[in-house]
Each structure stands twice: as structure tokens, then as C-alpha cells.
Design a protein around this ligand. Sequence first.
Ligand code: 13P
Length: 251
Amino acid sequence: MSNRQPLVAANWKMNGSRESVAALLDGFRQGLPADGVDVLVCAPSIYIPLAADELAGSNIGLGAQTVSEYANGAYTGEISADMLKDYGCRYVIIGHSERRHIFAETNETVANKFCHAREQGLEVILCLGERLEEREAGMTEQVLSEQLEAVIARAGIAAFDGAVIAYEPVWAIGTGLTATPEQAQAAHSFIRLQVARHDDRIADELRILYGGSVKADNAAGLFAMADVDGGLIGGASLKVDDFLAICRAAG
Ligand code: 13P
């Protein structure tokens, strides 16, 4: 049985101001449980330097919400893995459903970004998740498998050693409709089995987070499931007390 330390990651999405970033991080630093849970904040890129300063000396990790699939060069508007690392940013979310569905990132783009980020030494949180119509059509496992296998085919299974996956059913994101603990567990155990078909040890050590309307009052039930190793938190990570309660539920 592997000993996966829970991870709770805040995904602030496109929210915040200099003032609110400083206030939130101050609140997180002061209220976080000392151990038993890893905590990470994925800030909007422009606030990463500020967040890095605010988090200096704390054990809260810093992440970005996306990264370019390219190395430094003529790519107007992009931010590279090198630039993130330059500001002490160790993690990056790849393939969030908002990137896939609003910004048209394909499985191929997601795989390219995953590969590039791993080659550059960033820790990656790869998001997978089905839409409501796909779940209703009984296609959840097919969608998860296609999203996952596209990345494994491109990056190789060894690139998942130490990586993190987030299962985020699209119908649960920002809707207040949380997956039940049993629905989350079913998807997580399916994802772990898919990875185990390539490598048992990597699957056993892989942290799989649940994301989608996690709140202070439903977190403990989700985190109690065997294959749920923490959460990727949107709306509730913009409130100090709510986020801290979710971190405590994981620890
Ligand atoms: P909400 O917690 O706001 O539903 O967002 C989840 C999410 O997309 C985290 O990446």
C-alpha cells in the first residue's frame, strides 16, 4: 500500500488583484496546518512574482495555470517554462477543461505542453474530465482514457513518475454540482488502473486530485475515498477560511 501525501491545490483562475493576492496568501500562511498535507497555489501568471515574494520561506508551493508548449522565442503573448522557473514557480496545471473547451486546446496540445513542462523540470498537474453529455451517454471512461493515453503516447509513462493528475468532471466545475464521493472514486480508480496497465509502481504512487465544486462541507467525504488524494480547488480557494477548512479536511 503506498503512502500518498494528500495535496490541495488552489486554482485561482483569472481572479485577483495585488491587494487580494497578498491578503489571501497572508491568510493561508497563517492558518495552514503544519503537516499532513501539501498545499499549492496556482496564481494568474502576472501575480506569480508577487506570490513568490509572499510565499518566500513558507512551505506553500507555487504553480501556474498553463504554460507554453514552446521554449523561449518568437511566440507573442506566451509564457515559457523557463520564465516560470525563474520566479520559483515549480508546478503547472496542464489541460484544464477551461483551456480545452474555451481556448480549444486539443489532446495533442495538452500532450505537447505536458512533455515540454516535464522536460523543463516542472511538476505537472494534468487535468482530465468528461462533459455532462459524455457522462450521460456513458462515455466517461472512454473520454478519460483518450485524454490520458494521448499524453502517455507522447510523453511516455516514465514522465508520470511524480506527476499529479486531477479528475475534474466538467459538469461539476463552478456549477455547485459536486460529484458524489462514489462517482469520484469510480473515476479515480479507473484512471489509476489505466496508468497501472503501463506501470504499477507509478500508478500506485500517483496522486489523483478531485476538482469540481469542492467546498468546506463536502471535502472530507471526497478525501475519504481510497483513490482521492486531495483536491484542485477553484471558487473556494478565493476565501481564506474555506480554503483552510478544505486543507484541514485533507490533512
Ligand atoms: P470550482 O471549485 O470553482 O468548481 O473549480 C474547480 C476547478 O476547475 C479547479 O481547477
